[in-house]
Structures are given as structure tokens and as C-alpha cells.
Write a protein that binds this ligand. Sequence first.
Ligand code: FE
Ligand code: FE
Ligand code: MG
Length: 169
Amino acid sequence: MGTKGREIIESRGIKIPELVTLLNKVFADEWLAYYQYWLGAKVAVGMPREAVVAELIQHATDELRHAGMLADRIIQLGGTPLIEPKEWYEFTNCGYDKPADPDVRVLLDQNIKGEQCAIMGYRQLMDYTHDKDTVTYDMALQIMTDEIEHEEDLEAIKEDIIIMLGKKK
Ligand code: FE
Ligand code: FE
Ligand code: MG
């Protein structure tokens, strides 16, 4: 069944199934990022462990919230959010970097890479919806703003570690 919201988007040339697929791809990324952060916070070792753990937990919470925003938008568009976790691996843009090495510096690098990929994913979604689907565009911008902050936060901790190590010598 059509809605006014969907009719407007389609009249501007967006193919809704195509848009839903793009949204499901970043939806998969968010779940995998959530788990990567959540587990990283559990296993992290090294200095400054507490600061890193606090940041990873905060980011995990944000990624889960992003997944919720995307699921709501997918449903508004008449689509279905991925119903099987195994589909996360089929749809993901950014993949999953398992925290096999619990060293905080390795975790930081893995998650920085993930954030950089997420930023690109939302940039693409913004390009796709620009001037055509303002609601999705605005949501992608909000999420991308969070991902930029995430990357920056992780980089700042990395810099602290470098300074800390320098002072010990
Ligand atoms: Fe996110
Ligand atoms: Fe993030
Ligand atoms: Mg943060």
C-alpha cells in the first residue's frame, strides 16, 4: 500500500526497493559495529583500559540506536529490516573485525577503520537521497555526524597513548 511519503519519494525518481536495500546494508553494518564494540569493551586490555572501555561502551550504545533509527525508516518505507542475523554478513559494507587481539591499541585501530567505512556508507546514502528523500537524507546526516564524532574520540585516545608512552621513556 502506498503512502504520501513514499509517493513523494518515488515521484522524485527513487526506487524504494533499491533504497531499502541501501538502508539494510548500513543496518547490517550497525549491528556488526555494535557487537564489535560491545565485545571489544569486554576483552580490552592495556593502558588506558578504563577510558577505552568507557568509549567503546558508549559507541556500542550509539550503534544500537542507529540500527533502531534505520529499522524504523525501513518499515516506514514499506520494507523489512533484515530478519536473520546471518544476512548481516551478506549485506554489510564494512564487515566485522573480530577483537581477537585485546590490546587497546589494536581495538582502537580496528574501530577507527570501521568508523571511516561507516562515514563513507552514510555519505553514499546522502548522495543517493539528496533532494529526493529529505527524511532519509536528514537521518543519514544525523548518523554520520555521530560516526565522525566516534572516529574523532578514538583518534583522541590514540594520541593520549602516544603521549603517555613518550613520557615513560
Ligand atoms: Fe553507527
Ligand atoms: Fe560509530
Ligand atoms: Mg564517544
